[in-house]
Design a protein around this ligand. Structure first.
Ligand SMILES: NC(=O)C1=CN([C@@H]2O[C@H](COP(=O)(O)OP(=O)(O)OC[C@H]3O[C@@H](n4cnc5c(N)ncnc54)[C@H](OP(=O)(O)O)[C@@H]3O)[C@@H](O)[C@H]2O)C=CC1
Ligand SMILES: Nc1nc(=O)c2c([nH]1)NC[C@@H]1CN(c3ccc(C(=O)N[C@@H](CCC(=O)O)C(=O)O)cc3)C=[N+]21
Length: 303
C-alpha cells in the first residue's frame, strides 16, 4: 500500500477575495443610501504595458461591480513629469475621487518617488506615500499597501490575530511588498526576519519559518526542501513563464508541488494573493472615503 503524500491546505485567495469584495459592496451601498457618498477610485496608467492593461481593466471592472465610481486615466508613454504631476493635483482636488493609484513601474524618464509623494496621503490607496509608510511603522492609522494587507487578512483567517511565539520570514525587501509585510507581521507579534539577495544560506533561514512569505520575482525559486513541515506559505510572486510547448503561464516564487507536500497551508498562483490585492484596493478606497467624509469606517478592513 502506498502512503499518501501529506497535502497542505490550499488557501483559496480567489474565494476569499470574492467574499471581501461582497462585504465591501455591502458597505458601499449603505454609504450611498445613508450618506449620499459614492467612493471613487482613479487609476493612472502611463504607457502601454500589456500586462498592466489587463490588470487595470480588471481593477476598473471590480470597482464598478462593488458599486464604486471608477476613473481611468491613460497617458502616453512620453508623458512628462509636469503633466503627470498636474493630473495628480487635479485628482487630489476632485471630491469624487477618494483613492488614487498610479500604476508602477513608471517609464524610466519619470520620477516615481516624486509622483507618489505628490498624491494626497489620505487618497493614497496603495499606501506608498512616506506619510503612510511612517504611520504603518509607528502603529498609527495608515492606508496599508494592498498586497501585504491581503496576505495579512489570509493569515488572520488561518491563525487568528496573534502570532506570538511564531517565526515569520519574508523573502524580499521591496517598499511595496517585503517591508510593509514585515511591519504587519511584527504588529501581529511574530518574530520577523527579512531576507533578500544578500542573505547567507537562504535555505536555512526559510527552514526556520513557521510563516514564510515569498516576494522575490523568481519563478519557483523556493523548493519544498526549504520549508518547515507544517509551515504556512504565502506566495506573492507573479511570474509569467513560457512553457516548452509555447504556452505562457503564471508561476509563483514557490515550487507549488514540492512545497504543498511539506507545508501546512499554501497559497496557489494564480488564485492566491493576486485577487486579494485588488479586493484590498477596493477596501482601502472605501476606508479612504469614510475617513475623508468623517464617517465611521467598517471593521475588519484595516489591520
Ligand atoms: N500578487 C500581487 O498582487 C503582487 C505580486 N507581486 C509580485 O511579487 C514579486 C516581488 O515583487 P516586488 O517586491 O515588487 O519585487 P522587487 O523586484 O522590487 O523586489 C524583489 C526582492 O527580492 C529579492 N531577491 C531577488 N533575488 C533574490 C534571491 N535570489 N534570493 C533572495 N532574495 C532575492 C530582492 O533583493 P535585493 O533587495 O537584495 O535586490 C528584492 O528585495 C514579483 O513576482 C511581483 O510580480 C508584486 C506586487 C503585487
Ligand atoms: N501602483 C501599483 N499598485 C499595485 O498594487 C501594483 C502595481 N502598481 N503594479 C503591478 C503590481 C502587480 N499587481 C498585481 C495585482 C493583482 C494580480 C492578480 O489579480 N493576479 C491574478 C491573475 C491575473 C492573471 O491571470 O493575469 C492571480 O494571481 O490569480 C496580479 C498582480 C499589483 N501591482
Amino acid at each position: 500500500m502506498t502512503v499518501p503524500e501529506p497535502q497542505a491546505r490550499r488557501l483559496d485567495g480567489k474565494a476569499f477575495a470574492a467574499a471581501l469584495r461582497a462585504r465591501v459592496a455591502g458597505h458601499v451601498a449603505r454609504l450611498k443610501d445613508d450618506h449620499g457618498v459614492t467612493p471613487g477610485l482613479a487609476v493612472v496608467l502611463v504607457g502601454e504595458d500589456p500586462a498592466s492593461e489587463v490588470y487595470v481593466r480588471n481593477k476598473g471592472r471590480q470597482t464598478t461591480e462593488a458599486g464604486m465610481a471608477s476613473f481611468s486615466h491613460r497617458l502616453a508613454a512620453d508623458t512628462t513629469q509636469a503633466e503627470l504631476l498636474d493630473l495628480v493635483a487635479r485628482l487630489n482636488a476632485d471630491p469624487a475621487v477618494h483613492g488614487i493609484l498610479v500604476q508602477l513601474p513608471l517609464p524610466a524618464h519619470l520620477d516615481a518617488d516624486a509622483v507618489i509623494g505628490a498624491i494626497a496621503p489620505e487618497k493614497d490607496v496603495d499606501g506608498f506615500h512616506v506619510l503612510n509608510v511612517g504611520r504603518l511603522a509607528t502603529g498609527q492609522a495608515a492606508l496599508v499597501p494592498c498586497t501585504p494587507l491581503g496576505c495579512l487578512m489570509m493569515l488572520d483567517d488561518l491563525h487568528g490575530p496573534d502570532l506570538s511565539g511564531k517565526t515569520a520570514v519574508v523573502v524580499g525587501r521591496s517598499n511595496i511588498v517585503g517591508k510593509p509585510m514585515a511591519q504587519l507581521l511584527l504588529r501581529r507579534n511574530a518574530t520577523v526576519t527579512v531576507a533578500h539577495s544578500r542573505t547567507a544560506d537562504l535555505a536555512a533561514v526559510c527552514r526556520g519559518a513557521d510563516i514564510l512569505v515569498a516576494a522575490v520575482g523568481r519563478p519557483e525559486m523556493i523548493p519544498g526542501a526549504w520549508i518547515k513541515p507544517g509551515a504556512t506559505v504565502i506566495d506573492v510572486g507573479i511570474n509569467r513563464v513560457q512553457l516548452a510547448d509555447g504556452r505562457s503561464v503564471l508561476r509563483g516564487d514557490v515550487d507549488f508541488a514540492s512545497a504543498a507536500a511539506v507545508a501546512g497551508a499554501i497559497t496557489p498562483v494564480p488564485g492566491g494573493v493576486g485577487p486579494m490585492t485588488i479586493a484590498c484596493l477596493l477596501a482601502n478606497t472605501l476606508t479612504a472615503a469614510c475617513r475623508l467624509h468623517d464617517l465611521p469606517e467598517p471593521e475588519g478592513l484595516t489591520p
